[in-house]
Design a protein around this ligand. Structure first.
Ligand code: 6R9
Length: 666
């Protein structure tokens, strides 16, 4: 990378929250930023004090870089804070979950119901030999049983590790073996686009690959039960007779028999709460570790302030619990705040492309938190779907997962938010546990495509390759490498079983800060603009160009629904820009359009960024959480053998693209 990252795409629109929103916001006093900054340990302590403790901590922070211990000496339980305390406070009748299955089945759980179910499940886990510190893998579709499984583990001090429903047998075996899990919780299947994904069969295939530590598999009958009662649904491809006696146990045959009383384990603040695997761009997945008290502090504080949570809200985070977003902003953060939320099992286009908007209309959703990839897909499908539904209950919108292109941001604000809802663009990572850069919706004016400011108490800056703080040496505006230069309570505590890799990955590039792996720029007002993974940033004729900015310029064209841009090795320029473009539904590809799009990028950004190669495609390779896997596109463009594809949502996509690309090249 060269010294700094050039700022190319100009975006000058700015939106202040309405006076009405400000007046009712949980926080609307901007001095919070300075006060939290000047006493950041005191700020986080004030949030820890809002949790329920069996025993208060002795020390707020012990920091020996790269190892942080927060609230040491304290005793606490995450499940107690998410569930019990609301019931004990007389709020057991509040609805916790409104769960919709893809076939249309609905179940409602109050906090009291959740407490009953979680205690029964916790007792069942104990009967299956699970105790404090044991690892439990969870391989389920999004829904009540997935959340209950996480909470039941937390209740008894077991460590949960959720694996995205639909990952391959190979991926399961790798994760199960890395952590030596004793139990897998799964289901006969889940629905995705009207089809059944046979989860238990995939688990069986994983176990056939050798998972010596697994003693039991607990199976929830999801497809069987709903399939029998729902007319025309796919028949289950797994039934009771296929279970292996002694190893496999059906949920209703063990959980239903348990007592509904199971005390919470009193955990140390720093006891492990969960392991969640993230796939790096190279090497085997990393088991990111999060502990109990700091993680709860960070997720509950950010939930309350970023989403402006109120008792009157119906909150919906569309993320699956197989992703960190489901851990922090479905289960722990929102539930610690006692929210009422929607859980949805399936795809956004089943039975039709208005499913999300129907859910919002049906349940009166007030807060929607989703991903840019979903927003771009909805744009591609067309406005008629949201326009046909009543979305007037919405009051706040959020996004996470990728930089959001300004055009998608504006569409989200106008078409979904009706122009009245603030948008919180939240930057964070599996590793950070909680939101780090975000607007506070009652305070910060937003700019389309910018995640704006650090959350109070969080400190971030921009370094160059040599570890100089460019904000100090160069001033703003400036672009470079995003670092977090102060510990925070929900930070990862390491990588399971690999301390050296933890040091290497996050703490070796710079001696005094956490390197997030992302590029960012800070504008003249001190707003952060995230530019994507540093590995994805291109170096064209000596200039750093962010793939995200070229993609945003392409999406800005009225014919383009989505695009992915990569740097391809070039003899003269170092790298040249190659673009993969998905057109909107009604547009046909042509040579003229190709030239027009190349010219459009040159006009929006500059001739330097004009793509040398531009390919039309119907799909892009994405992870299950919707991130474009540019590394695979680079492999295709440079004719390499494809790297790890196990975390792709649809592995068929790369093969098709490769074929298409090679045809065009040849
Ligand atoms: C929560 C989550 C982390 C990476 C992160 C960055 C990208 C996430 C973003 C964003 C720009 C945002 N990312 N949110 N980039 N703006 N609002 O996504 O965790 O799956 O670990 O991914 O996602 O590149 O470094 P995870």
């Amino acid at each position: 990378m060269s010294e700094t990252i050039d700022t190319l795409l100009q975006e000058n629109r700015k939106f202040a929250p309405s006076a009405e929103f400000v007046a009712q916001a949980n926080i609307n006093d901007a001095t919070i930023y300075e006060s939290a900054d000047s006493d950041w340990q005191g700020w986080w302590t004030s949030w820890a004090e809002k949790l329920d403790w069996f025993k208060k901590w002795d020390t707020v922070l012990e920091w020996e870089q790269p190892f942080a211990k927060w609230f040491t000496g304290g005793k606490i339980n995450a499940c107690f804070n998410a569930v019990d305390r609301h019931v004990l406070a007389g709020r057991g009748d509040r609805v916790a979950w409104i769960a919709e299955g893809e076939p249309g089945d609905q179940r409602v759980f109050t906090y009291a119901d959740v407490l009953t179910e979680v205690q029964k499940l916790a007792n069942a886990l104990k009967e299956l030999g699970i105790g404090k510190g044991d690892r439990v893998c969870i391989y389920l579709g999004q829904g009540p049983e997935l959340c209950l499984s996480m909470l039941a583990c937390a209740r008894i001090g077991a460590v949960h590790s959720v694996i995205f429903g639909g990952f391959s047998a190979q991926s399961i075996a790798e994760r199960v073996n890395d952590q030596g899990a004793k139990l897998i919780i799964t289901a006969d299947g889940l629905w995705r686009r009207g089809k059944v994904i046979g989860l238990k069969k995939i688990v069986d295939d994983a176990l056939d690959l050798e998972c010596p530590t697994v003693e039991h598999v607990l199976i929830h009958e999801r497809v069987g039960v709903v399939g029998h009662v729902t007319n025309g649904m796919a028949a289950p491809d797994y039934d009771r007779g296929m279970a292996i006696p002694g190893r496999d146990v059906w949920w209703d045959e063990i959980v239903e028999l348990q007592s509904a009383e199971c005390a919470c384990e009193e955990m140390d603040s720093e006891d492990l709460l969960f392991i969640l695997y993230t796939s790096g761009s190279t090497g085997k997945p990393k088991g990111i570790m999060h502990t109990t008290a700091g993680y709860l502090t960070g997720t509950s504080a950010t939930s309350k302030l970023v989403f402006d949570l109120k008792d009157s809200d119906v909150y919906w985070c569309t993320a699956d619990c197989g992703w960190i977003t489901g851990h922090s902003y479905v289960v722990y953060g929102p539930m610690a705040n006692g929210v009422t939320q929607v859980l949805y099992e399936g795809a956004p286009d089943t039975p039709d492309k208005d499913r999300f908007w129907r859910i919002i209309e049906r349940h009166g959703v007030t807060i929607l938190y989703t991903a840019p990839t979903a927003i771009r897909t909805f744009m591609k499908w067309g406005e008629e779907y949201p326009r046909g539904c009543d979305l007037s209950s919405l009051r706040l919108l959020g996004t996470v997962g990728e930089p959001i292109n300004p055009e998608a941001w504006i569409w989200y604000q106008e078409v979904i938010g009706g122009g009245r809802c603030p948008i919180v663009d939240t930057w964070w990572q599996t590793e950070t546990g909680a939101i780090m850069i975000t607007p506070l919706p009652g305070i910060v004016s937003t700019k389309p495509g910018s995640a704006t400011r650090t959350f109070p108490g969080v400190s971030a800056t921009i370094y160059d390759e040599d570890g100089n703080d460019l904000v100090k040496t160069h001033g703003i505006p400036v672009g470079g490498l995003l670092v977090l230069n102060r510990p925070w309570p929900s930070m990862l505590r390491g990588i399971w079983g690999d301390e050296e890799r933890y040091r290497q990955t996050y703490w070796s590039k710079f001696s005094d800060a956490y390197f997030a792996g992302d590029g960012a720029k800070l504008d003249e007002e001190g707003y952060f603009w995230l530019l994507g993974r540093v590995d994805d940033i291109m170096l064209v004729s000596g200039h750093n160009i962010s793939t995200m900015e070229v993609e945003s310029a392409l999406v800005d064209h009225h014919s383009v629904a989505e695009s992915a841009v990569i740097g391809k090795t070039h003899d003269v320029k170092g790298q040249s820009v190659a673009a993969f473009v998905i057109l909107k539904g009604h547009v046909s590809p042509s040579e003229e359009l190709k030239q027009e799009l190349r010219a459009h990028v040159a006009t929006k950004i500059g001739a330097l960024a004009r793509p040398d190669d531009l390919f039309f495609t119907a799909e892009l390779p994405k992870t299950r959480s919707g991130k474009i896997m540019r590394r695979l596109l680079r492999d295709i463009a440079e004719g390499r053998v494809m790297g790890d594809v196990t975390t792709l949502a649809d592995p068929g996509v790369v093969a098709a693209l490769k074929g298409q690309y090679e045809d065009k090249e040849g």
